[in-house]
Ligand binder design. Structure first.
Ligand code: PHE
Length: 364
């Protein structure tokens, strides 16, 4: 490490040598600097007022110089001072340059890297079928109505002509909300077992003509198996106007099934019972898998039962204040999962709710 020597000899040659030594030390030390700390140390070592190398040079060379040499030494010391200052400034300049370069480098974005890709979500197959069917009915002039999933006994049963304690209630194994014994029966809450209560709610709000389609989630206390799920979806339709006949019901459902399953599909109506329709029918379509020849999904019959329907019972009109002498109507309801199973050849209803991506990806 360089230290400032005392000068005995003030001849020009000796001064040259001492100056050279100092400058080459300055050169060497400045070349070895890396980092901000070393840069600061370098400045202090050479330029600190108290005991920096320049101060020492001033004290040991200039102040000690004999009279005749003072002028010459003074000039040299000034020149040295300038060189040291330039050198320190240059080193500092370089340091801050490389610091901002490093900062820039750290902040650089490689725009050639592939971006983060978020896969598009798609509609669940049950929703796809639901929306497709809604589309079919919207084109026929129906509007969409919705109602609550937690429903009262009145809307789910009573106003649909299921009297209290009537055995027809047993066909829909119902999940009741607990601890409601103190309420009158009609106000007790339950999970709706079908979307038919939305018929009642719609008729309470609208004057005929009424054309609504009511999609939604329903619940029944059924043990899950390949064809049953305690939660599923229904889509309900209601049409009320003057002179609505069973022929209108037939034509409407025939059209809907053809829209969904193609023009070759046939529909078959046979007698059934629902408390809120009279007459009532169950409707089957010709098996879309075998075309009616008989196969496993249609149990060799060639037909698959898909819908319940009928002409609105005049008693129901009584509950909503419609005049049954003046108006008539039809209603129908179907299970959406059932339709989706037919359409996509799914053999287990549980697949829709299992959340298995291998299954769901097929509908993307
Ligand atoms: N709500 C009936 C059910 O869930 C289906 C239905 C709707 C029948 C409308 C006739 C008319 O079983």
């Amino acid at each position: 490490m360089y230290t400032v020597p005392k000068l005995e000899d003030y001849s020009p040659e000796a001064l040259d040598r001492a100056t050279q030594e100092l400058l080459s030390a300055l050169e060497q030390e400045s070349a070895a600097i890396t980092g901000a700390k070393a840069c600061e140390d370098f400045r202090n070592r050479w330029m600190a007022r108290k005991n920096g190398i320049l101060t020492q040079v001033n004290d040991t060379w200039l102040k000690a110089a004999p009279g005749p040499s003072k002028r010459e030494v003074g000039q040299r010391v000034n020149a040295l001072k300038q060189k040291v200052e330039e050198r320190v400034a240059a080193v500092e300049e370089q340091m801050s340059g490389s610091a901002s370069e490093a900062k820039l480098k750290a902040e650089t974005l490689d725009i050639t890297l592939p971006g983060i890709q978020r896969p598009y979500g798609v509609k669940h197959p049950v929703l796809q079928v639901l929306d497709e069917l809604i589309g079919v009915f919207v084109k026929m002039g129906y509007s969409v109505a919705e109602g609550p999933e937690v429903e009262s006994d009145y809307y789910n049963f009573e106003a649909l002509n299921f009297p209290p304690n009537h055995p027809a209630r047993d066909t829909q194994d119902t999940l009741f909300i607990a601890n409601q014994e103190r309420r009158p029966q009609r106000d007790r809450l339950l999970l709706r077992t079908h979307t038919s209560p939305v018929q009642i709610r719609s008729m309470e709000q609208l004057k005929p003509p009424v054309r609504v389609i009511c999609p939604g989630k329903v619940h029944r206390n059924d043990a899950p198996d390949a064809t049953h799920s305690p939660v599923f979806h229904q889509i309900e339709g209601l049409c009320v106007d003057t002179n609505i006949t069973f022929a209108d019901l037939k034509g409407t459902l025939e059209h809907a099934m053809k829209s969904l399953f193609g023009n070759d599909v046939k529909t078959r109506f046979f007698p059934s019972f629902f408390p809120f329709t009279e007459p009532s029918a169950d409707i089957a379509i010709s098996c879309p898998f075998c075309g009616g020849k008989g196969c496993r999904p249609c149990k060799q019959s060639g037909w698959i039962e898909l819908l319940g329907a009928g002409m609105v019972d005049p008693n129901v009109f009584g509950f909503v204040g419609y005049d049954p002498q003046k108006f008539s109507g039809f209603a129908f309801g179907m299970g959406v999962e059932r339709l989706a199973m037919m359409k996509y050849e799914v053999d287990d209803i549980q697949q829709f709710f299992s959340g298995d991506m291998r299954f769901l990806r097929q509908f993307a």
